[in-house]
Design a protein around this ligand. Structure first.
Ligand SMILES: *Cc1c(COP(=O)(O)O)cnc(C)c1O
Length: 402
């Protein structure tokens, strides 16, 4: 309401730059690409309240159901009691607290690296790492389906950019072989955020060794979910190399907020000095680090959560096997249903919503043209009955379409 009022007051239609924005947005709308938000009136969970109505949701990245876990809530409350709310300064000034330090040590040990550095978000970690490690005269090699933050990071670094076809090791090798002198950095999602497939890390590492490149692995969707005790994608493959710079986020399966980079000390010292998104920003609240430390305990002892999640994944794949749309080949909690057309994906998402189920339609430019999809994500907090509900409703909508 307030927004409408102020928009009409500024007579936007009559000021040229505003009229341009409006027409650009109208074009997006006509293409089925206009984005908007829904406001939740309950905590993150499978069952949520939106616009006063209950929904069964399959779109968060809270893969273990920790975002509203009572032990994390308690840790955050106690953390705020002891450390206050705001960090008040950047890490390099006077914003680096004992909880940050403890968490960095715990995270490094958890993923089997010598040291770790906290960032405020995964987006900022990616911007900071790539920009700090490579620049003009160097080359970054990136999978074409990498997360947007890795693409932005490449641009910011001003290094030469070489994008290889998704998970195509032969293409990557060709590009590595052609590279000029200078540093080489290969950057990749470990679990692709919109497809759910896992990158062939051993093959990637072998290429990086052959061509003396660094390997930067963004494990936003693998950390806490893959590998023994949830130690992530490196553990999943049993990989360990000083050449690997590992990043994971703490706002997805870990249920809190933030990100960390784990690597050799010399890499972290470089980041601490040169990663602008580390140096020039206020540290995250120290109480958040205490919540993540608690989360780490639950992750480490969360094998039964991960087993339940795996069971739900199988249940969904079997249940949707003969729909007119295909689930993409994924064995992770990200189970995209490929639709193709933007408007069709939106209609299916809307059809589910009318039945009380919330699954986000993902459209370009987040995914390539013609590959709009329903990005179904499962969580250990879902029950077997929840997943059955989704399967049944998708089947009904498929029949209506036929
Ligand atoms: C979500 C995500 C990020 C960004 O992490 P935030 O902490 O949400 O900023 C980075 N990389 C990938 C692959 C992601 O999925």
């Amino acid at each position: 309401m307030i927004l409408n009022f102020s928009v009409s007051l500024c007579l936007c239609g009559e000021i040229l730059p505003f009229a341009q924005l409006t027409s650009e947005l109208e074009i997006r709308k006509a293409q089925g690409l206009l984005r908007s938000r829904r406001t939740l009136a309950s905590p993150q969970a499978p069952h949520i309240i939106v616009d006063g109505k209950p929904y069964l949701a399959f779109c968060s990245n809270d893969y273990l159901g920790l975002a509203n876990h009572p032990q994390l809530v308690a840790a955050l409350q106690q953390g705020a009691q002891q450390w206050g709310v705001g960090a008040g300064a950047a890490h390099l000034v006077s914003g680096h607290f004992e909880p940050h330090h403890q968490l960095e040590q715990a995270l490094a040990a958890f993923v089997g690296k010598s040291a770790a550095l906290l960032f405020s978000t995964g987006y900022m970690a990616n911007l900071g790492v790539v920009q700090a490690l490579v620049g003009k005269g160097d080359t970054v090699f990136a999978d074409k389906l990498n997360h947007a933050s890795l693409n932005d990071a490449m641009l910011l670094s001003r290094a030469d950019m070489k994008r290889y076809r998704h998970a195509d090791m032969a293409h990557l090798e060709k590009l590595l072989a052609q590279a000029k002198s200078g540093r080489k950095l290969v950057i990749t999602d470990a679990v692709f955020s919109m497809d759910g497939d896992i990158v062939p890390l051993p093959e990637l590492l072998a290429l990086c060794e052959k061509y003396d490149a660094w390997l930067y692995v963004d494990d936003a969707h693998g950390f806490a979910v893959l590998g023994g005790q949830g130690r992530g994608s490196l553990a999943h493959f049993g990989l360990d190399s000083p050449r690997i710079i590992y990043m994971a986020t703490l706002g997805k399966a870990a249920g809190v907020s933030g990100a960390f980079v784990a690597a050799e000390q010399v890499v972290l010292d470089t980041l601490l000095n040169h990663a602008r998104s580390y140096v020039y920003t206020t540290a995250s609240p120290p109480a958040l680090s205490l919540a993540v430390l608690q989360s780490l305990q639950l992750i480490e002892h969360g094998d039964s959560l991960r087993a339940h999640l795996q069971m739900l994944i199988e249940q969904l794949r079997v249940g949707l096997a003969d729909l007119p749309w295909d689930l993409m080949p994924s064995h992770t909690a990200i189970q995209p249903l490929l639709i193709g057309e933007n408007q069709q994906a939106l209609q299916l998402s809307e059809g589910l919503r009318e039945r009380g189920i919330w699954v986000a339609a993902i459209r370009p430019p987040t995914v390539p043209q013609g590959t709009a999809r329903l990005r179904i994500t499962l969580s250990a907090a879902h029950s077997e009955a929840d997943v059955n509900q989704l399967i049944e409703d998708l089947r009904v909508l498929a029949l209506e379409k036929a």
